[in-house]
Design a protein around this ligand. Structure first.
Ligand SMILES: C[S@@+](CC[C@H](N)C(=O)[O-])C[C@H]1O[C@@H](n2cnc3c(N)ncnc32)[C@H](O)[C@@H]1O
Length: 208
């Protein structure tokens, strides 16, 4: 059970550049935000893991949702704080997920967009289960992962800030089964294209 430190270091070292690259909202994420906000009835408190540059949190808050921004990479936490937002360093695999602003109160939802690609396969169910425990019955989940088989190491960046991301791919049947076993009821799963030939599985679920 472990979080890949090279992946976290890569984001840490290059957080501002990554945030700039991801600033434009993909159409499929915008559609997921619409559905998530509608399912929450336009209000509620949400834990976001892997907030990154904070693009989605801003969109959710514009729609009436209160978001707790968190990331496993300190670089993103600092970037978000510099922009005037509260943000916490948080690893969903090991850290206490309790909401510091509402101790003892579960979240109404979890937003986990494109971040659980970096959770190792053997830890995936543990993270989903911890997120379920932190959410009220009927609370909503968005989670998206890359569609495919196996694992991959993506190398890039520049000489000054090399990137080494470890990613785990999922197929729909296995993702559904992990979600169900962890205490989520899947309501919809969509296959969405990011960049050309960059396919994502996007799950909508509720806390059973
Ligand atoms: C592809 S970025 C997505 C960022 C943002 N959610 C977005 O959609 O633009 C992946 C995010 O996952 C975070 N991350 C890396 N390893 C993680 C892990 N083991 N568990 C959760 N998040 C992780 C990174 O720090 C980064 O914020």
């Amino acid at each position: 059970m472990s979080t890949d430190r090279d992946t976290v270091r890569s984001y840490d070292a290059d957080a501002a550049q990554y945030a700039a690259e991801a600033a434009a909202m993909p159409q499929w994420v915008a559609a997921e935000i619409d559905a998530f906000v509608a399912e929450l009835g336009g209000s509620g408190r949400v834990l976001e893991i892997g907030s990154g540059g904070g693009r989605d949190a801003v969109a959710l808050e514009k729609r009436g949702i209160s978001v707790r921004r968190t990331d496993v990479a300190q670089g993103f936490v600092e970037l978000l704080r510099k922009s005037g937002f509260d943000a916490d360093l948080l690893d969903p695999l090991t850290d206490d997920l309790t909401d510091p602003h509402r101790p003892g109160m579960p979240y109404d939802g979890i937003w986990a967009c494109a971040c659980m690609i970096h959770v190792a396969r053997e830890d995936f169910g543990t993270v989903l289960g911890r997120l379920a425990e932190a959410t009220r019955t009927g609370g909503r989940l968005h989670v998206s992962v890359r569609d495919g088989d196996g694992e991959d190491v993506s190398i890039g960046g520049s000489a000054a800030t090399p990137r080494r991301y470890v990613e785990t791919y999922w197929r729909e049947a296995a993702l559904r089964s992990e979600l169900t076993d962890a205490g989520w009821t899947v309501s919809e799963m969509r296959r969405c294209m990011g960049r050309p030939d960059d396919w994502w599985l996007s799950a909508r679920a509720s806390r059973a």
